[in-house]
Design a protein around this ligand. Structure first.
Ligand code: BGC
Length: 447
C-alpha cells in the first residue's frame, strides 16, 4: 500500500499485510491440521472440530411432500412452507422473515422460544393455515447440536453472541414443543431438527446428486458433508450402513495463526477461546476486525489525522454490510461514517477492509478444500458445494477470492468444484430433511 511516504505508516501497513496473509503453504498446513482434527472428532476424541452426527441421509430427489419450517439464524427468524415435487425441485409457497430483536439473544429461554412459537403462530394466521389441522414443522437451528435422532438435539453451546441461559444441554425440540403448546399449537408435529449447514446441503443435494458439501457463510460459518457411517466411530452399535450428514462445526477450528487483532477481538467476545475460525471468517466479526485496525492506526497517528472517526469508535460500530459498501466506494472512509478523511487515508481504509475480507475468503476456500479432499483426496470427481449466507451472496469479491484459493491449492482440477448458491437453504433444507426422513435409521441414541 502506497498511501503516502510516511515510513511509520508504511511499516504498519506492511506488518498488517503479513499478519493477514494466508499463503498457499499456510493453507496446505491448515488442511493437514483440519484432517487431523476431523479424524479425532469422528473418533469422539478431543478436537476443535466436533463432527456432529445428524441422522440425516442423502435425499434421492424423488421424495414428495410438504412441510412448514422455522429457521432460527443468527440475525433473522424465517417461517415458511416448502413443497418437494419429487423431481428435485422445492417450491417455497411463502416465507416470512422477522429480524431477531437483539434483546432476545440474552433473554430467558422461555422468552426466546415463545418468540419463535409466536412467529409460527403469526405465519399460520396470516397465511390462512389456521385450520388447526396437524402440520409438520421442520426446525432449522443454526447452532451446534448433539443429536441422538432426527427429532431431538441438545444445544452444545451458543455462538454468534447468543447467551440465553437454560438452553445449553437441553433438547431444543422439547423447548419449542412446549412453547408451541403454550400458544395452543399442540397440533404441530416437529418433523425434523437440522442445523442450517445441514439444511443447505440437503436442499442442494435434493436438486443435484453431485452436491456433497453444505456451507454457511453469513453471520456465522459452518459446513457439513456426507460421511460413511462406518467412519463415524463416535457412533457405536447399531448404526445402519450407509451415509449420514456430519456437521463439522468448522467455526470452532482453532489450529490457526492468530494475529494480534484476532486476539484482541477474541478477548472481547462472550465465547473467548472458541469459534476461532468463525471469528476470522464470518459476517459477525469482519467489521469489528477492520474497525480494531482502523482505530488503532488512528490512535497511533498513522491514519485519519484531523478526521472525525467517532462513528467507528465503539465496538461493533462497523458491520460487514458497511465493509462491503466501503470496498467498492469512491469514498471508503465516508462509507464507514468517517468524516473529513484525506483521500489517501480513504484509500488505506478501503485497503484494510479488503485485507480482512480477502483473508476471510481465502480461509473459507482452504476450509472447503479440506473437507472436499477428506473424501476425495485427489479430486477424482466433480463436487457441487451448496452455499448460503450473506457474505457469499453479497460481499464484493468474496467468492472470487475463495475460488482463487482453490486454484492455488488444486490447480486446474479446481474447475471441478462448483459453488452453488442455495437461497433460504437452511429452512427449505430442513423441510427436505423432514420429508426425506431418517435414512440411516436404527442408530437412534447410538452416538
Ligand atoms: C454455529 C453453527 C452454524 C453457523 C452458521 C455457527 O456459529 O456454531 O452451528 O451452522 O454458525 O450459522
Amino acid at each position: 500500500m502506497n498511501g503516502d511516504a510516511d515510513p511509520c505508516r508504511e511499516g504498519f501497513l506492511s506488518s498488517l499485510r503479513d499478519e493477514f496473509l494466508v499463503s498457499r503453504d499456510d493453507a496446505r498446513g491448515m488442511i493437514a491440521d483440519f484432517h487431523e482434527e476431523m479424524r479425532r472428532g469422528l473418533a469422539g476424541r478431543p478436537s476443535s472440530l466436533s463432527m456432529l452426527p445428524t441422522f440425516a441421509g442423502r435425499p434421492r430427489g424423488t421424495e414428495r411432500g410438504r412441510s412448514l419450517f422455522l429457521d432460527l439464524g443468527g440475525t433473522n427468524v424465517r417461517v415458511g412452507q416448502a413443497a418437494l415435487d419429487g423431481q428435485g425441485r422445492v417450491e417455497l409457497a411463502a416465507v416470512e422473515r422477522t429480524v431477531l430483536p437483539r434483546t432476545i439473544m440474552s433473554a430467558s429461554a422461555t422468552e426466546l422460544f415463545d418468540f419463535l412459537a409466536g412467529c409460527v403462530d403469526r405465519f399460520l394466521l396470516e397465511r390462512g393455515l389456521d385450520d388447526r389441522r396437524p402440520h409438520d414443522l421442520a426446525f432449522a437451528f443454526s447452532f451446534p447440536l448433539e443429536q441422538s435422532s432426527l427429532l431431538s438435539g441438545r444445544l452444545v453451546n451458543w455462538t454468534k453472541g447468543f447467551t440465553v441461559p437454560g438452553v445449553t444441554g437441553e433438547d431444543v425440540v422439547a423447548l419449542l414443543r412446549a412453547a408451541l403448546a403454550r400458544r395452543g399449537r399442540e397440533g404441530i408435529r416437529i418433523a425434523a431438527l437440522a442445523n442450517d449447514a445441514v439444511g443447505t446441503l440437503a436442499a442442494g443435494s435434493y436438486a443435484d446428486p453431485a452436491c456433497d458439501l453444505g456451507v454457511i457463510l453469513g453471520t456465522g460459518t459452518n459446513a457439513c458433508y456426507y460421511e460413511r457411517t462406518e467412519r463415524i466411530e463416535r457412533c457405536r452399535g447399531d448404526v445402519a450402513v450407509g451415509e449420514m450428514i456430519v456437521n463439522v462445526e468448522w467455526g470452532n477450528f482453532d489450529r490457526l495463526r492468530a494475529n494480534p487483532w484476532d486476539e484482541l477481538l477474541d478477548r472481547s467476545t462472550h465465547n473467548a477461546g472458541r469459534q476461532r475460525l468463525e471469528k476470522m471468517i464470518s459476517g459477525m466479526y469482519l467489521g469489528e476486525l477492520a474497525r480494531l485496525v482502523i482505530v488503532k492506526a488512528a490512535a497511533a497517528g498513522l491514519l485519519l489525522r484531523g478526521a472525525n472517526h467517532a462513528a467507528v469508535a465503539t465496538p461493533h460500530a462497523l458491520t460487514a454490510e458497511r465493509l462491503a459498501v466501503a470496498v467498492r466506494s469512491a469514498d471508503p472512509a465516508g462509507a464507514v461514517g468517517i468524516e473529513g478523511a484525506a483521500p489517501a487515508d480513504g484509500a488505506v481504509v478501503a485497503w484494510i477492509c479488503r485485507l480482512v475480507a480477502v483473508r476471510a475468503a481465502r480461509l473459507a476456500g482452504a476450509a472447503i478444500a479440506a473437507v472436499i479432499s477428506w473424501r476425495d483426496a485427489n479430486l477424482e470427481r466433480g463436487h457441487v458445494v451448496a452455499i448460503d449466507g450473506s457474505l457469499f451472496e453479497r460481499f464484493p469479491g468474496f467468492r472470487e477470492n475463495m475460488r482463487e484459493m482453490l486454484r492455488e491449492l488444486f490447480g486446474p482440477r479446481a474447475a471441478g468444484i462448483e459453488f452453488r448458491r442455495v437461497r433460504d437453504g437452511s429452512g427449505m433444507g430442513a423441510a427436505v430433511v423432514a420429508v426425506v426422513g431418517p435414512r440411516t435409521g436404527g442408530g437412534a441414541g447410538a452416538c
